[in-house]
Design a protein around this ligand. Structure first.
Ligand code: SAM
Length: 289
């Protein structure tokens, strides 16, 4: 099969099917073989692996994945792309295309059926409009995952790997780092895509942890505190949490709990590590018991 990473071949396929890009589906197709090779290398794909690809487009990265992996399941929402994928991927017997919205796919059932419940690898050039919902679904459904190697907007990649005190640090950094270890594999400029996106992109690999890096009595409360702390990030932590409608602690209770961290009364959430959020969560949890 012709290498779709060659822009001439991509244009030929788009013309043949009179395909029109749908902005609402975040369609920016990769047309750079070096970037595709970097993604495959970063994801460490072997012939043992089941790879879940989210949003295969016209199948450019799917071809690379099919060469490297044992099996590929590619989930695409746009019905116009399904006949194209059947054409461009016809030479690959190890690829299954699912015409579905990734946010509605039963990932646990998929991992059980296709990989005997063993950890799968996710690789994707993600539709940027739903990056966070997709990444959080992958982590929160507890589907067995080895790693998630994805192209995302550059700013999002920075947020995923940011630490306390940085302007990029926030709820996404803490959520991602609770479940995985991030590694920035490549920066990718707009001219590697068709059409060119209006933002820079980056490939980030999230290697999933077998155990969370911290112990916390109630992860639900931990994530609620994190959301509350960053909803109004310029406020002190106590003020932000006391105005957060999902929590029902008094300001005095919150002040005492924050004092227990020894970081001073006017500390902001953006200065706390995951360990400190976990400690705060356990102090507040003890008050409930
Ligand atoms: N993988 C292709 C490539 O790299 O050339 C296309 C990547 S493009 C950035 C994102 C793809 O995700 C598009 O094919 C788009 O139709 C698809 N997509 C968008 N929303 C989706 C959803 N909710 N579920 C599954 N696929 C989706």
């Amino acid at each position: 099969m012709a290498d779709l990473a060659n822009p001439q071949n991509t244009i030929a396929v788009l013309r043949k099917y009179q395909f029109h890009f749908e902005k609402k589906f975040g369609q920016n197709f990769l047309i750079d073989s070096h970037v595709l090779q970097k993604i495959i290398r970063a994801a460490n794909i072997t012939k043992e692996d089941l790879v879940l690809e989210i949003g295969p487009g016209i199948g450019t990265m799917t071809q690379y994945l099919a060469e490297a992996a044992r099996e590929v399941v590619a989930v695409e929402i746009d019905s116009h792309l399904i006949p194209i994928l059947e054409d461009t991927l016809q030479g690959y017997e190890n690829v299954t295309i699912l015409h579905q919205d990734i946010l509605k796919v039963d990932l646990l059932a998929l991992a059980a059926e296709k990989n005997n419940g063993k950890p799968i690898k996710v690789v994707a050039n993600l539709p940027y409009y739903i990056t966070t919902p997709i990444v959080m679904k992958l982590f929160e459904t507890q589907v067995p995952l080895e790693s998630v190697t994805v192209m995302v907007q550059k700013e999002v990649a920075m947020r995923m790997q940011a630490g306390p005190g940085s302007k990029d640090y926030g709820a996404l950094s803490l959520a991602v780092q609770y479940y995985a270890e991030p590694y920035l594999a490549a920066n990718v400029p707009p001219n590697c895509f068709m059409p060119r996106p209006g933002v820079g992109s980056a490939v980030i690999r999230l290697t999933c942890r077998r155990q969370p890096p911290i112990n916390v009595k109630d992860p639900g409360l931990l994530f609620c505190l994190i959301r509350g702390a960053f909803q109004q990030r310029r406020k002190t932590l106590v003020n932000a949490l006391s105005h957060f409608e999902e929590l029902s602690y008094s300001k005095e209770e919150l002040q005492r709990a924050v004092d227990g961290l020894g970081k001073g009364p006017s500390v902001r959430g953006e200065m706390l590590t995951l360990e400190e959020f976990a400690a705060l969560s356990d102090i507040l949890q003890d008050k409930k018991e």
